[in-house]
Design a protein around this ligand. Structure first.
Ligand code: KG4
Ligand code: ZN
Length: 364
């Protein structure tokens, strides 16, 4: 590839503002394709949104304006680098909350313009999808389970920019289901870590459904599970601490069963579609991949299906700037540069050709 960027080490600034983390990072990609995180600054807006039980878009956008410049300067400082050391600027262009995206995009474009640097508009989902290349030096192809607050998908990752969606959720994303379960049980936001913490002391003794089990296409559905939990909680009346723990454990077991079944099916489809001898690797990414019970369930399926499981460390599974910088570096190395008219996009599917999943709502 003769683009001037493929055969040298690249240092890229990554900016992430798609939801409630204001993040900036510097990542280096060597010409052999190996990556290194030079700094990774994440400013959580959790306290601002906690009183509302979820992310408030307007508050998030304003907070990004306040926090982003300092986060970028800190990223430079911690990496011990000056502006001159940077080869490209990457910002999340979507999908996400549009106000926040615009803040990150305008900042990234302004820096690129002022310094005469290439600008890369990064798909947030692609950044999650490519993180294992940064953390584990993983080569393509691999099967990806992407589980976050806004997305639940199974994808084949063949290369940068080459994704085939095998499955998606027909309704709620898995992280959203955790957040709603937590809310039902009077726990804080974000709900995933709360549910996981309480589940440690709980017994999985509440009967809950496992929607979609055994379906030939590896899609997901969590709305029925959430409704069943709501009914079970209402029936119980006043909840003791032990009740809450038991509900959390039961919910988490149902999730582990559903995800195991759907991933097993996706592994079969992946193997059928790949050439003999293709790597059998499952990567789990996105905030929910930090869940230890889910990770244990995935290890079990991986062992059973003779797959290697790769899960980036929790801080790099959740939203961060390093994954945006890395996706930017991977694109830059291939000469994939955007111009300053690149739009911010509230919706931006990784596989735009995927057929619509039957019954899927807006999140497909
Ligand atoms: O990837 P992420 O940081 O942001 C999005 O792009 O959405 O994911 C956030 C989601 C939230 O719904 C949160 O409750 C969930 O990930 N989450 C977890 C855990 N940690 C975060 N869910 C289950 N168990 C966890 N330990
Ligand atoms: Zn995310």
């Amino acid at each position: 590839m003769a683009n001037g960027f493929h055969d040298r080490s690249l240092t890229v600034l990554g900016i992430e503002t798609s939801c409630d983390e204001t993040a900036a990072a510097l990542v280096r990609r060597d010409c052999d394709g190996q990556g290194a995180i030079l700094s990774n600054i994440v400013r959580s807006q959790l306290e601002l949104h906690a009183p509302y039980g979820g992310v408030v878009p307007e508050i998030a956008a304003r907070a990004h304006v306040e926090l982003l410049d300092a986060a970028i300067l800190k990223a430079l400082d911690e990496a011990g680098l000056k502006w001159e050391a940077i080869d490209g600027v990457a910002a999340t262009a979507g999908p996400g909350l549009i106000g926040g995206l615009i803040v990150g995009m305008i900042t990234g474009k302004a820096i690129a313009l002022a310094r005469g640097l290439p600008f890369i508009a990064v798909n947030h989902l692609e950044a999650h999808a490519l993180t294992a290349g940064l953390t584990d030096g993983l080569a393509f192809p691999y099967l990806l389970l992407l589980v976050s607050g806004g997305h639940t998908q199974l994808l084949i990752v063949d290369d940068v920019g080459a994704y085939t969606r095998l499955g998606t959720t027909l309704d709620d994303a898995l992280g959203e289901a955790f957040d709603k379960a937590a809310k039902l049980l009077g726990l804080g936001y974000p709900g995933g870590p709360e549910v996981e913490r309480h589940a440690l002391r709980g017994r999985a003794n509440v009967k809950l459904p496992r929607p979609m089990l055994g379906r030939p296409e590896p899609h997901f559905s969590f709305a029925g599970l959430k409704t069943a939990l709501r009914h079970a909680v209402a029936e119980r009346g006043a909840l003791s601490e032990q009740d809450i723990a038991d509900f959390c454990a039961s919910f988490q077991e149902a999730v582990a069963d559903i995800v195991s079944d759907r991933v097993r099916r996706a592994m079969q489809l992946y193997v059928e579609g790949q050439a003999q001898g293709a790597p059998r690797v499952l990567v789990a990414a996105g905030g929910v991949a930090a869940n230890q019970r889910l990770k244990a369930a995935l290890s079990h399926v991986a062992e059973e299906q003779r797959f290697r499981l790769v899960v980036p460390p929790p801080g790099l599974c959740a939203d961060n700037g390093a994954m945006i910088a890395w996706a930017g570096a991977e694109r830059l190395a291939r000469g994939l540069i955007d111009d300053l008219a690149a739009p911010s996009r509230a919706r931006w599917p990784l596989d735009p050709d995927a057929p619509p999943a039957l019954g899927a709502g807006v999140k497909a």
